[in-house]
Design a protein around this ligand. Structure first.
Ligand SMILES: [Zn+2]
Ligand SMILES: [Zn+2]
Length: 463
């Protein structure tokens, strides 16, 4: 028998109470029995209270239903098990939108083999590969994981620590997959943190977690895989890849994820899947996202329809990448899955891929429309922007992004000396991650000049 007070330890003491003519039996472990007496309450009262609260609090970390509902964060993996109904209701409320395959309405035959044609190709002449190559900038997979028996980082106490074991496990899992380097937040200075933030290798909450935050990154310059320890969840794995390569990023990260599960007791539940601090991530714990450049949809004012359609119908989130809500998105959008429950990891990847292909198709249709209806202003904007970048002395990031949207369209239309979109993608990456620009200690003015140097070189020398 299990103790009626803690619901964990074996009971060794028993008690019978008569209440309203009914005989009730309670069982206690020694610890709970003596604690109740010490606190001056009858052990049966403690048991009754506890039974009444069943399903409304976590026996391990003490998080209550009320606490959860005020912030939507659970305290530890056991919260899901002790408050199953609460978790079910939250998931039903938070994870809305149908996670279904994109088909029928958007189904059209994207040719498998490229049409031979020089210059501008219409949407119907492009293969999916051509469409995405011209609009997809980068792909990213993130997996949230936690460890059995440990609280989630936001309520972690000294008793839960053992961070070193988690880091060690996460590093061991990297063996044979990537060359791991550990950086603890307490060991980094402000400038170093800023650099990692700009490269999206750490998040702001992690940067501020000096007590137990750490990041494991790949040695060298590629930083494809990174692992945050003690961010919102104990472990957040991430893999980034260029262009339209979600499948490739997923495969790489999945290999690491499997190794991680061999090294650490990752919190998993048969009903809920991977257990995460916030139920918006429970299930796969996965966020598959792709950054897209969609200037034509933005200029033809069709972007809002696209955001709505893909957002509501397919359980996806499509939003401006820069300055959310400010309207200044520079044509850059991020498409990601919003559901993590009731869908598998592979299905999630395929869902985002098919959505991206449809969105890129619509972007090309919008460009055809622009070209047909506003040819002169379109081509003028493209040439002006190219000229500005090719002769830039100094460039702010917003100005660069604004001009690049034009230049991308110019590359697609075959109107510029630059013929290869990879050059433009490289330029975006260098301008956000290049050491000349991101190293601390240089002024904004120097940064803008360094940025202009990189841009000028890339677009005039590499064709
Ligand atoms: Zn007990
Ligand atoms: Zn708990």
């Amino acid at each position: 028998m299990i103790c009626d007070v803690c619901g964990k330890r074996a009971a060794s003491l028993f008690d019978r109470v008569v209440e309203n003519g009914k005989t009730l039996e309670y069982a206690y472990c020694e610890a709970c029995y003596t604690r109740a007496l010490k606190e001056g309450i009858a052990p049966s009262e403690a048991a009754k209270e506890r039974i009444a609260r069943k399903g409304m609090e976590c026996g391990r970390c003490g998080t209550t239903k009320e606490q959860f509902e005020s912030g939507l964060f659970f305290g530890c993996p056991d919260c899901y098990r002790d408050m199953r109904e609460v978790a079910r209701a939250a998931i039903a409320r938070l994870q809305t939108g149908e996670a279904r395959a994109i088909s029928s309405a958007f189904d059209r035959k994207i040719p498998k083999i490229a049409v031979e044609k020089s210059g501008f190709k219409t949407a119907d002449e492009c293969t999916a590969e051509e469409l995405t190559r011209d609009a997809a900038i980068s792909s990213r997979i993130r997996l949230a994981r936690n460890v059995e028996g440990r609280s989630f980082p936001r309520i972690m106490t000294a008793a839960d620590m053992g961070t070193v074991d988690v880091i060690k496990g996460a590093v061991r899992a990297a063996e044979g997959i990537f060359d791991a380097r550990i950086l603890t937040m307490s060991g980094l200075n402000k400038a170093e943190k800023k650099l990692l933030l700009e490269k999206h290798l750490i998040s702001l909450p992690l940067a501020n977690n000096d007590s137990c935050g750490a990041v494991i990154i790949e040695k060298g310059d590629s930083y494809r895989i990174s692992v945050m320890v003690n961010e919102e969840d104990c472990i957040r794995e991430q893999c980034v890849a260029d262009g339209h390569s979600l499948r490739c990023a997923y495969e790489k990260l999945h290999a690491y994820d499997l190794a991680l599960m061999r090294e650490l007791p990752i919190a998993y539940d048969r009903e809920f899947g991977f257990l995460t601090a916030c139920p918006t991530n429970v299930g796969t714990g996965m966020r598959a996202s792709q950054m897209l450049c969609l200037p034509a949809l933005e200029r033809t004012e069709a972007i809002d329809d696209v955001l709505k359609t893909f957002g509501n119908l397919y359980g996806l989130t499509v939003r401006g990448y820069f300055g959310e809500g400010s309207g200044a998105s520079y044509g850059m959008y991020q498409v990601s899955n919003s559901r993590t429950y009731g869908i598998s990891e592979k299905e999630t990847v395929e869902l985002v891929i098919s959505a991206v292909e449809r969105i890129c198709y619509l972007e090309r249709v919008a460009l055809e429309k622009l070209f047909k209806e506003h040819k002169t202003p379109l081509l003028k904007g493209i040439r002006d922007s190219y000229g500005r970048l090719a002769y830039a002395y100094s460039l702010t990031l917003p100005e660069l992004l604004e001009k690049l949207a034009d230049v991308r369209l110019g590359v697609i239309l075959g109107e510029l000396p630059v013929k290869n979109m990879a050059v433009i993608n490289m330029l975006i990456e260098r301008c956000i991650t290049s050491p000349e620009i991101t190293t601390g200690g240089i002024s904004d003015e120097e940064r803008c000049i360094a940025r202009a140097n990189i841009v000028r070189k890339l677009i005039t020398e590499e064709k």
